[in-house]
Structure formats: structure tokens, C-alpha cells
Design a binder for this molecule. Structure first.
Ligand SMILES: *Cc1c(COP(=O)(O)O)cnc(C)c1O
Length: 382
């Protein structure tokens, strides 16, 4: 058994998928973004669950992740690679009609020559540079892509035309994103006049679905909302004030639980843990929990984090170690070795949210989630 367990709530996932579907038109395809091991939830566990809820389009970052999806997905699914393709996976991608972003003419040429040899068709999504300046074809290169595609219609199918916004989760970026939308529209028009008819035009991530619900085109690529978290605090506040609601429509899918490995008494006046960051100002009862930064429990939670044991909150004391951290349980006499410790999640009355972690450690929820050790078992619960 592992020293902790991640629970994946099926009903929370269903709730969030229903919520996302309520935000988009029925004609719009929901592509489930499951990069970063499904934001720490586990690709292998999430794909079958998502398919149960009729989500069959999966966007991943790399060909490595695409292969994981392929292993567990059941019929009628689509895999879209938004980022990296390792050269050893190129044949596999072509043989299995895996879709992929194209943002570099040489990559397209290389894949094209392989497809020709195999007499197979490439399923590409042309990524347009609209202002993020990360990946995507700049306007000056559009015509070159178009020519290559039009000259090889038997081997290239333009499945999509797409872009990504540089921070739709914050009003700070509003003007920049608006400019991106203008460039994207220009690209759509231009490609169409050049006889390229992409099946799916797409640009919206979670934040864009929330901020620009009428600009979803044919597909949305939604990650964070599925897992029951908001792209940013700002996007949450904007949503609840727009719809004048005061409850969070999302439910967190993931909880993380460990247990007490040992308990000991520390005399008043001693330092606890490495160095002198924590002084026992009174006689202190210390519980050790076999989880640390090596499993994704951030070191930034040193002397700051909270855990739930026996339906009460306790403070993390001293520094988080690689494999262990300590909590002050002086106030409770009934806690014993092996008692459950909730790191993220809720008890009968209390809750430790992932976003509270983020506030304390100045990390994005995306960051905390994707760092949770992939070897921790994921158990699916109701
Ligand atoms: C991660 C990612 C998304 C999904 O972002 P969320 O904010 O999690 O919805 C969409 N598109 C691209 C290109 C991405 O990299």
C-alpha cells in the first residue's frame, strides 16, 4: 500500500461536466484537456470516467500522453496532441489517426513525407499565432502552410484551425486577448478564401468559455473546470457576480488522504524538525504524516498548512520534508497512530481546498495538481 491515496469523485466530475455543457451550445464539441496526467488526477483513471459521461475528445500535451489515452480509451474517441511529438512516435501517430497541432512547417513536411510513404492521411489542426507568441503560424507564413496543404489534399486533412489566449483568466489581459480574437477572425476568413475548410475552429480554454461564451466556434478545450476548480479567483468572482449566485457550481473531484505514522511528545522549549523554524512554546504532541514535497505536498506549506484529523483542523509545524511532515495535535487526546489525515478534501464539517494551498504557497492550482506524484493510487469513489 502507498502512504497516501487520491480519491476521485465520480459524482463531482459529472457535476462539473454538466456545468461546462450548460455553458456551451449543444453543437460545440467538448474536448477534455488531460495534459499533466489529467492535472494530477491520472489519465488512466479519468479517460474511462469521462467516456461514461459522453466525453470522447481528449486533448493532451505530448505523444507520450496520447499513448496513455490510447491504452485506456474505448471506441469512438479522438486524441489531439497540442504540443510535443517525439520523433519515435511519429509513425504511431500516423498509423492511429491521432490528431495534432501544427505550428512549424518543417514538422508538417516531415509528417507529410511519412504519411505519403504509408499512404495515410494526416489529421492536423493548424495553430495560428494571434499574440501569445508561444507557438503558432505567424501571418507571413499562412500562405506557405496553405500551399502545402492544398498541394497535398490527399494526405492532409485540416481537422482544425485554432489558437490559444495569453491569459483569459484575468482582466489584466483583456485588451491583449481582444486583439488576439481579431487576428484569429482574420485568419479564419483568410484560410477560407484559400479553400481551406477546417472542420473545427477552436480557441477557448476554461477561462475563455467563461469570459467569452459566444466565441466558442465548434469546439472548446476545457481543462481546469472539469476538475472542479476555477482558472483564477478572479474568474470565479466574475462568474458568481454575473449570475448573482452565492454557491460554487463546481465540485472538486480530487481529495488526498494519508494517515498518522507516529505520535510523540516534545518538551517545552525544544525546536521541532530541521533547524529552528519551529519552537515548542509549550509541551507539544506531534503527529508525523508520511507525505512530503517528494509527493507534491509543497514545501511552501511549512509552518503554514492545515490538515483535518478526526473532523478538526490542525496546523502543519516546522518544515515539510521530502517524505514527511509534522502536525501539532496537542489539543486532542483521542488521536491515534493510523488515524486518517485529510490533506485536501473534506470531513463532516470541515474542508481544506486546493485553492487554500495555492494562496499560502503562491502557486497556481494547475501547478499544485500537476505536481502530485503520479504513483499515488487513485481510487474512484461515488
Ligand atoms: C492547458 C490548455 C488548455 C486548457 O486550459 P484550462 O485553463 O485548464 O481550461 C487549452 N488549450 C491549450 C492549448 C492548453 O495548453
Amino acid at each position: 500500500m502507498h502512504n497516501s491515496v487520491i480519491q476521485i469523485s465520480k459524482s463531482a466530475l459529472k457535476n462539473n461536466i454538466d456545468f461546462i455543457k450548460s455553458l456551451i451550445d449543444t453543437s460545440v464539441t467538448l474536448s477534455s484537456v488531460i495534459k499533466g496526467n489529467a492535472y494530477g488526477h491520472s489519465i488512466l483513471e479519468m479517460v474511462p470516467l469521462l467516456q461514461e459521461f459522453n466525453v470522447n475528445h481528449f486533448s493532451v500535451y505530448s505523444s507520450f500522453e496520447a499513448k496513455q489515452v490510447f491504452k485506456v480509451a474505448k471506441k469512438d474517441f479522438t486524441i489531439l496532441i497540442m504540443g510535443d511529438i517525439s520523433s519515435s512516435d511519429e509513425d504511431w501517430i500516423i498509423d492511429n489517426s491521432i490528431e495534432f497541432f501544427v505550428f512549424n512547417i518543417n514538422r508538417l513536411k516531415k509528417m507529410l513525407s511519412k504519411a505519403k510513404e504509408k499512404k495515410k492521411v494526416l489529421n492536423i489542426h493548424i495553430e495560428i499565432e494571434t499574440g501569445m507568441n508561444r507557438t503558432g503560424f505567424n501571418q507571413k507564413d499562412w500562405i506557405q502552410v496553405i500551399q502545402l496543404v492544398n498541394d497535398h489534399k490527399d494526405f492532409i486533412k485540416v481537422k482544425g484551425l485554432c489558437t490559444h489566449f495569453a491569459g483569459a483568466e484575468s482582466l489584466n489581459n483583456y485588451v491583449r486577448v481582444k486583439k488576439q480574437q481579431i487576428v484569429f477572425n482574420k485568419a479564419i476568413k483568410f484560410f477560407k478564401t484559400q479553400e481551406i475548410e477546417p472542420q473545427q475552429i477552436h480557441c477557448s480554454c476554461s477561462a475563455a468559455v467563461l469570459a467569452f461564451p459566444t466565441k466558442n466556434y465548434d469546439m472548446v478545450r476545457v481543462g481546469i473546470l472539469q476538475y472542479g476548480l476555477w482558472p483564477s479567483r478572479e474568474s470565479y468572482i466574475a462568474y458568481i457576480s454575473k449570475f448573482k449566485i452565492n454557491t460554487n457550481p463546481l465540485k472538486p473531484v480530487l481529495s488526498w488522504k494519508s494517515y498518522i505514522m507516529d505520535i510523540k511528545q516534545v518538551p517545552k522549549g525544544d525546536f521541532i524538525g530541521y533547524g529552528n523554524s519551529y519552537l515548542a512554546e509549550n509541551e507539544t504532541k506531534v503527529a508525523s504524516i508520511p507525505i512530503g514535497y517528494g509527493y507534491g505536498y509543497s514545501r511552501g506549506l511549512s509552518n503554514l498548512g492545515r490538515v483535518i484529523i478526526d473532523n478538526n483542523r490542525y496546523s502543519v509545524i516546522s518544515t515539510i520534508n521530502m517524505n514527511m511532515f509534522l502536525a501539532d495535535i496537542t489539543s486532542n487526546d483521542s488521536i491515534a497512530i493510523n488515524d486518517e489525515v485529510i490533506l485536501i478534501g473534506s470531513s463532516t464539517d470541515l474542508d481544506i481546498s486546493l485553492s487554500s494551498f495555492c494562496n499560502m504557497t503562491d502557486q497556481l492550482n494547475y501547478e499544485v495538481l500537476s505536481r502530485i506524484d503520479k504513483d499515488i493510487p487513485r481510487n474512484i469513489i461515488k
